[in-house]
Design a protein around this ligand. Structure first.
Ligand SMILES: *Cc1c(COP(=O)(O)O)cnc(C)c1O
Length: 375
């Protein structure tokens, strides 16, 4: 089976991990510091916070934004559930706004219409790796007295109008799950424009612990002393995994090129086929293609999906609208809320997309799709 996504691990990755395993630090140590600096440098941020998943990155973001009960968070339904679930766990009410029909990204107009006086954050997702228009979302956030959060789980390495994903939002979160653009097995990172927001995130990742002497309530307790001033969790990324991340980050440029080639091959094969729609990409966007979301006729999606799986093509569907999950349905969210996202979902099939795909595998996928679609 050719999977829809998978990691690319080479000898340089193995050597980097083995090096750290032989050393002093397994968990938080100097490799995490180096990884955080390298991520920050890569995405154009002052600093980054390494965490142990993209989900914890989102939770850190909402905690750092001080999202709390009574607040509203406007977001897209065409995403992995964690984008909304982590805000809900902070007590926020999630307000789903519909998507842009071509890219699958949160629609700026729909987000604007969903803003109320209680909106504290607007969270967009760079679906498939295609960056949202950060300038426009930042303007909307400022007008709305809210923060703009970019869930860039799909999009580390992507740029829009020359700006890197990581430079264009108040808070940007990344995931390093194996199918993502680079991997640490499990892992993620957060960057923030405002140093105070970043500091709150950094503390939240590590139990809320305060160690700076001038901030302690009881500074003379002893050299061992540390205090918790606000609740946090243990979302730390181990040094062993940071080593893998550092090594992967060096390879991200080549991953980006290969993913773009695969996208080009798919686009050429499918752009003129009756009933198929290739993913849209605004001018000025240079994605790292995390997914290749092909759209097929809704009434044939199930059949095409099943036949591709049977033919050894490990297709996936990204995503069922988040509010269809029973946990949201039980909170009163109704089907029909975001019709464009629902129709996108009904047509979508993610084709295999990863850096290690060979030309012959791509040809195999194309042949299988054309055969199944054209019957
Ligand atoms: C993968 C993903 C997440 C969660 O990341 P994990 O590392 O799997 O916890 C969040 N949002 C989106 C859009 C994702 O694709």
């Amino acid at each position: 089976m050719i999977p829809y996504g998978r990691q690319s691990i080479d000898d340089s990755d193995l050597a980097a991990v083995a090096d750290v395993l032989r050393g002093e630090w397994l968990t938080t140590g100097p490799t995490v510091d180096r990884f955080e600096a390298a991520i920050a440098d890569y995405v154009g941020a002052r600093a980054s916070i390494a965490v142990n998943s993209g989900t914890s990155a989102l939770h850190v973001a909402y905690a750092a934004a001080e999202i709390s009960p009574g607040d509203e968070v406007v977001t897209t339904p065409l995403t992995f559930v964690a984008t909304a679930a982590t805000a809900a766990m902070q007590g926020a009410r999630i307000v789903f706004a519909d998507i842009d029909e071509t890219t699958g990204n949160l629609s700026l107009d729909a987000a604007r219409a969903a803003v109320t006086s209680r909106t504290r954050a607007i969270t967009a997702v760079d679906y498939a790796g295609v960056p949202v228009d950060g300038t426009a979302f930042m303007r909307l956030a400022r007008e709305s007295d809210a923060l703009f959060i970019e869930d860039a789980a799909h999009a580390i390495g992507s740029t829009r109008d020359g700006r890197r994903v990581g430079e264009q939002a108040d808070i940007t979160t990344f995931s390093f799950f194996p199918t993502k653009n680079l991997t640490t097995a499990e892992g993620g990172a957060v960057v923030a424009l405002d140093p105070d927001v970043e500091l709150r995130g950094r503390r939240f990742r590590n139990h809320g612990l305060v160690r700076e002497r001038d901030l302690l309530r009881w500074p003379d307790e002893g050299a061992w002393h540390q205090e918790v001033h606000s609740f946090g969790l243990n979302y730390r990324l181990p040094d062993v995994l940071a080593a893998l991340g550092l090594s992967q980050l060096r390879r991200l440029g080549s991953f980006k090129l290969r993913r773009a080639e695969v996208r080009g091959l798919y686009d050429d094969a499918f752009s003129n086929v009756e009933g198929l729609r290739i993913p849209g990409c605004p001018t000025g966007a240079e994605p790292v293609w995390h997914l290749y979301p092909l759209r097929v006729p809704a009434d044939r999606r199930r059949e095409i999906f099943d036949k591709l799986r049977a033919a050894g093509i490990g297709v996936q569907v990204n995503y069922m609208p988040v509010y269809w999950h029973p946990v949201f349905e039980d909170l009163g969210y109704k089907r029909g809320l975001c019709p464009i996202a629902e129709s996108y979902y009904r047509q979508e099939i993610s084709l295999p997309m990863y850096a290690g795909l060979t030309d012959s595998q791509v040809a195999q996928v194309i042949e299988a799709v054309l055969k199944v679609v054209e019957k």
